[in-house]
Design a binder for this molecule. Sequence first.
Ligand code: AMP
Ligand code: MG
Length: 416
Amino acid sequence: MAFTVKEASDRILSGIRSLSTETVALRDALGRVLAEDVRSPIEHPPWDNSSMDGYAVRAADVAAASEATPVILPVLETVRAGQRPTRSLSSGEAIRIMTGAPVPNGADTVIRVEDTDAGETRVSIHDARDALRNVRPRGEDLRVGDLVLAHGHTLGPAQIGVLASVGHARVVVHRRPRVALLASGDELVDVDQFPAVLRGDRIVSSNTYTLGASIRGAGAEVVELGIVPDDPAAYKERLTDARGCDLLITSGGVSVGAFDFTKEVLQSLGAQLHLWRVLMRPGAPLGFGMLGDMPWLGLPGNPVSAMVTFELFARPLIRTQRGERDVFRRTIEVRAGEDFTIGAPLTHFLRAIVDWTADGPQATLTGPQGSGLLTSMSRANALVIVPPERPVVRAGEAVRALMLGEAALASNVFDV
Ligand code: AMP
Ligand code: MG
């Protein structure tokens, strides 16, 4: 039975849960997904502090200051960041203060040094614009008990910095999935066997590389099971190395060829098959099932099909296991830069280059769309999605595109 792309996605993701948790050092937490709610044990900032280098004063004392009539005040002391004031401030006094230093009791204002003569024992203030300004109150950013970060947040630089500032040196995150990757095909060798390729006997198992990199790129670890020939016994034997993994991804052998054994082998191991064929191109032969409690995704062997089905189904699965909330790539509306014609009533994913033109994003195809043309994938930054009910998309019409990775948003223009 064949499923639409959406049905396939729903089916695949319906039983997938986030993995168990582990504690890691904050420094190692980049890209991991928080599995705890973190509350602040402190007020931050911990004291009323100055946001300027200048002079702590009372606003009332400086309200009349101007170039023509500067206010002159005695300077009681200098407080650097990391020090505390030893004096409190009374009317008619100033304390020299640096950015981040605690504002002395009695002061409600810091006059920036640029509006003074920078005096060390006496200061002349010639502008009142900072009256009642430049004091950052204690607890302005966080109060004791505030929720700093909720579980489910992906930890980027800002989140990690916030956790550091509240002393959260070790952080509970979801485990990173361990993904077993197996390629099958009598014709395949690894790159170290390239002489066989030069002889004309073999091709490199590029899927081992594209899928391995895609797995890592999705934030999981790869457990490489290598390449097996089209031989059920060898296949079965190699799968024992997948034990303990969180996901098994196979490539090849899921089609209807005489030597496509993947499904048979998985079933002989007791796998429950939930999916077989999706109404899409490339990528129609796609298997999904459960081998015990390990999900299995059987991707097609064709290099482009393997990558496209990884993007659509494997990546969201891995991200679900990682505990991510937003597991899908965003699609955007683009303008077709040429006519797109599809040949069969299936959802097509066309390799395309989306350029940001003056009229917005515009998609042109990378060239011929055969599912074996891996170079088309290497040039693409997006997959244009053409639904089955729309056999032709005319140049200029709107169509949706799934953006592939950060490269899709990179630019060689500084347009800030
Ligand atoms: P299959 O899905 O096994 O029928 O393979 C379909 C096509 O993909 C065939 O042309 C294979 O040679 C090719 N192919 C299968 N596995 C790989 C792989 N790991 N790397 C590159 N090409 C592959
Ligand atoms: Mg094959």
